[in-house]
Design a protein around this ligand. Structure first.
Ligand SMILES: NC(=O)c1ccc[n+]([C@@H]2O[C@H](COP(=O)([O-])OP(=O)(O)OC[C@H]3O[C@@H](n4cnc5c(N)ncnc54)[C@H](OP(=O)(O)O)[C@@H]3O)[C@@H](O)[C@H]2O)c1
Length: 281
């Protein structure tokens, strides 16, 4: 029996790093720590080795076609298949960012949505039957975060295909360029739109892959102390990784939106932040 392989994107630090560490303990087979910057990635691997773990390393910038194709060729050339893919790489512009809104929106959607989709589609032929994919999303990916009912209907349409979803996400970028994002019902957060797109893709892909036994889920890790939040947050990356690992290694099914406390949240239900995170929404 060939050994099982796990791959984690954006794993040189933060949640991705903690997920790799957890997988090194719990996953039966090689675990690939990947990063866009090879130096940062190798440093992270060395750190884990010092702690007694043995991750493998491969460079992977999910926004870069060449990097994606090198990564896929590496597995293809060795006849290796992937059993667990965790799409963790992500970016967030905090409220005090000076970057123009259109640029924030472009970069956020590029990394969090378009690159995630592009990489996943490229690697899909190398994902084993009965394998699983976990997309790291956010509470921001809840459908209720999109104010327009018309847009929400488009996202939740069970017949929505990838081409239509891509057009929908591109139309958001057009709205932002025209300074019409709020007026057009998208709300004012590129991060929200990027993660709503990730969730829509998760459920679509799960439907598409169900006959191959591949389960696709998305996980909201909570408010994690990482560089993304400048160290703010209510949970360490290690603690957040525990929930992600449970969801990745013992998924309760496919097409699920799982939150940090293990709750399976209805994507198009009421905003759960109030009753799960105790926030007034
Ligand atoms: N922190 C939170 O409170 C929170 C809450 C909900 C969801 N999340 C999600 O959790 C995931 C991990 O976030 P985090 O808090 O661990 O953030 P983080 O510490 O900033 O880590 C983000 C990781 O993504 C990598 N990355 C960015 N662009 C990439 C690209 N083009 N290709 C490959 N890797 C790339 C970063 O690499 P570099 O080091 O090279 O930049 C880094 O390794 C993200 O998807 C985030 O949206 C976080």
């Amino acid at each position: 029996m060939p050994e099982k392989i796990a791959v984690v994107t954006g794993a040189n630090k933060g949640l991705g790093f903690a997920i790799v560490k957890g997988l090194c303990k719990e996953f039966k087979g090689p675990v690939y720590l990947t990063s866009r910057d090879a130096e940062r990635g190798n440093k992270a691997c060395n750190e884990l080795q010092k702690q007694g773990y043995n991750p493998k390393y491969h460079q992977l910038d999910v926004t870069n076609e060449k990097s994606i194709s090198t990564f896929c060729s590496f597995f293809r050339s060795q006849n290796k298949k992937i059993d667990l893919l965790i799409n963790n790489a992500g970016v967030l512009f905090l409220n005090d960012s000076k970057e123009p809104k259109a640029s924030q929106a472009e970069q956020t959607l590029l990394v969090n949505f378009f690159a995630l989709v592009n990489f996943t589609e490229a690697i899909l032929p190398l994902v084993n039957e009965n394998g699983s994919i976990l997309n790291i999303t956010s509470s921001s990916g809840h459908l209720s975060r999109i104010p327009s009912e018309e847009l929400r209907k488009k996202f939740i349409d069970p017949n929505l295909n990838l081409e239509q979803l891509t057009v929908l996400m591109e139309s958001y970028l057009e709205s932002v360029k025209l300074n019409r994002d709020v007026a057009d019902g998208w709300g004012d957060s590129p991060y929200v739109v990027s993660k709503v797109g990730v969730n829509a893709y998760t459920f679509m892909l799960n439907r598409q892959l169900s006959d191959q036994g591949i389960l696709v889920n998305c996980f909201h890790p909570g408010y994690v102390m990482s560089d993304m939040t400048r160290g703010a947050g209510s949970v360490t990356p290690e603690k957040a990784a525990e929930g992600a690992l449970e969801c990745a290694l013992q998924p309760a099914g496919g097409g699920l939106y799982v939150w940090h406390n293990g709750a399976i949240v209805e994507w198009d239900g009421p905003d759960p932040r109030g009753f799960i995170d105790g926030k007034s929404v």
